[in-house]
Write a new protein. Sequence first.
Length: 252
Amino acid sequence: MTFAVAAEAYDRFIGRYSRELAPRFLEFAAVEDGPVLDVGCGPGPLTAVLAARFGAGGVAAIDPSEPFAAACRARVPGADVRVAAAEALPFADGAFGGALSQLVLSFVRDAGRVGAELSRVVRRGGVVAACTFDAHGFELVRAFWEAARQLDPAAPDDATIPFRRTPELVDLWTRAGFRDVETGTIDLEAGYAGFDDCWSPFAFGIGPAGSWLVAQAEPRRAALRDAFFERLGRPAGALSLRARVLAIRGRA
């Protein structure tokens, strides 16, 4: 599984959702004071929204991918964007008034360590919030895996990825010691010009679905494309797909 791709590729795939999600996630988080940290910033959709709210100088961001960090710096000049892992945040204790992590927790190596790091860098009373796709609520990827299992019953499924269910998020936030924990859902919809616009980003190899696709032989890829087309109802023109995001917030 990889996210080591060009920022433009990510924007065509998950970026359709993360750009719409970012302002709504910030509204849910209800961060009152900066500076604010974006953990796992990718190409910077949430960082840009944070900068519009708190000023670029009041925003820091990290991502383990150098191409993503570079794209984020270009998108949000003046923000403090660094290459780093969420498990080892390169900031002082209590440096931030809030920290947000958008669509990242399911892919970190040590979620408990991430929780501890968020608790460390956010000052007492600051908001710590995260969001992830619901296990069964990401229509694009759900249709992909349904098509994949039609061809190969042993194909994996995003529904098994960690932190795609609210109780898991609550348990993580509780273990991290966050107080006043609240949860919510955010419903999104992304538009596509046509089926090819919807299918082609999988070939970038991004995330579990894309990584599984590019590992298949070409005949299997072609068959999967046909099965995915059927799952989406054989769209003849523009289409839209829905996604449900689970969100959690608490206070350090």
